[in-house]
Ligand binder design. Structure first.
Ligand code: NAD
Ligand code: IPM
Ligand code: MN
Length: 363
């Protein structure tokens, strides 16, 4: 089959890690006889510098035509002026919204080879396998009114957390369906003791649970969840949460797997049921990592694993996706480490060398 893949490397370490993701994609294409036609598009700070906007309409239109998008990361100190009219992150947020990518799947696994690389105790980490389903196109990221204004008593700013029933229902459906295909436990995270949006969320989750008698639904307050996630992470199977909660909980979850450089994500425009494919954008959960950008030491594994998710969720190539995951596991078992994972006894590899090891393991 021929597939159209839009590639948006972005800023900072984005282009460095995306290059390794693309190399892995091309190797899979060669081995499996599928053709991946790549097109490259600016997004984020680089797009602001070149075109004056974080995402041009023509790039949005072009990537919307693709079967899937591989995205690196956006942002950096160069564009961090709080008074700037536009920010790199606006490009990412526009992509998610305009492409209707409402469900962000963030699998969190602890590789057996890395239980000692985390700052947490190995006894807590053995067997961790959680899927976080983060709502991605609603909530406080997009709610109106929003803005800043000067008043007689000084500056004032507002953001609005808003959710419709339909928005809540579709992401919860992804949560329930995912749990059904896994260990049949869904933890719905909210702040229903305080927020109206959360009370609506909880009510809908409870209603929907009747359609999924095979799935055990649990409600958990987000602050408790943040604690449980590091105290007893193996208790979780699927976690479903609104946009901001899911964002924060997954950076925390990266500590379980040992590094931000390991966690991939899939942002989907539909509910992935029983192997059906849907348009999606694939990106590591980490950012542009300005502190290490340009040094060639970023861990490309999160991006490589995002390519595996792309093969599974958008291209219907689950076996090829599993091959990539197995190759990553092999490389880690062989002891190869980028600096974010290395202990004093390891010789750390750079981004390209890690990519090359993964390609070796694939072949
Ligand atoms: P970050 O995720 O970029 O970095 C956090 C820490 O993790 C840093 O110490 C960094 O070196 C490390 N890290 C991240 N990815 C790594 C990798 N692949 N290998 C090794 N180490 C890695 O978060 P930040 O520093 O808070 O944000 C930097 C910029 O990135 C900000 O402008 C932010 O808005 C943006 N951001 C973008 C995205 C995205 O594009 N999806 C996601 C998060 C943050
Ligand atoms: C992420 C990032 C983004 C988010 C930022 C860069 C807008 O943190 O993808 O997790 O908050 O969604
Ligand atoms: Mn984030």
């Amino acid at each position: 089959m021929d597939f159209k893949i839009a590639v948006m490397p972005g800023d900072g370490i984005g282009p460095e890690v995306v290059a390794q993701g693309v190399a892995v994609l091309q190797a899979v294409g060669k081995a499996s006889g599928h053709a991946f036609e790549l097109s490259y598009h600016d997004v984020g700070g680089i797009s602001i510098d070149r075109h004056g906007t974080a995402l041009r309409d023509e790039d949005l239109d072009a990537v919307a035509e693709a079967d899937a998008i591989l995205f690196g990361s956006v942002g950096g100190p160069k564009w961090d002026d709080p008074t700037a009219p536009t920010r790199p992150e606006d490009g990412l947020l526009a992509l998610r919204k305009r492409l209707g990518l409402f469900a962000n799947l963030r699998p969190v696994k602890v590789f057996p080879a890395l239980v000692d690389a985390s700052v947490l105790k190995p006894s807590v980490l053995h067997g961790v396998d959680v899927l976080v389903v983060r709502e991605l196109t609603g909530g406080i990221y997009y709610g109106r009114p929003r803005g800043r204004k000067q008043t007689k008593r000084g500056w004032s700013a507002v953001d609005t957390m808003r959710y419709s029933e339909a928005e809540i229902r579709r992401v919860l459906q992804v949560g329930f369906e995912s749990a059904r295909e896994r260990r049949k436990h869904l933890c719905s995270v909210d702040k229903a003791n305080v927020l109206e949006t959360s009370r609506l969320w909880r009510r809908i989750a409870t209603e929907m649970a009747e359609e999924y008698p095979d799935v055990t639904l649990e409600h958990m307050l987000v602050d408790t969840c943040a604690m449980q996630l590091v105290q007893r992470p193996t208790r979780f199977d699927v976690i479903v949460a609104e946009n901001t909660f899911g964002d924060i909980l997954t950076d925390e979850a990266a500590v379980l797997s040992a590094s931000m450089g390991l966690l991939p994500s899939a942002s989907l425009a539909g509910v992935p049921v029983a192997g059906a494919t849907t348009m999606g954008m694939y990106e590591p959960i980490h950012g542009s990592a300005p502190d290490i950008a340009g040094k060639g030491i970023a861990n490309p594994i999160a991006t490589v694993l995002s390519v595996a998710l792309m093969l599974r969720y958008s291209l219907g190539l689950s076996e090829e996706g599993a091959m990539i995951e197995a190759a990553v596991e092999t490389v880690l078992q062989e002891g190869h480490r980028t600096p974010d994972l290395a202990t004093e006894n390891d010789t750390a590899l750079g981004t390209e060398d890690m990519g090359a090891r993964i390609l070796d393991a694939l072949s």
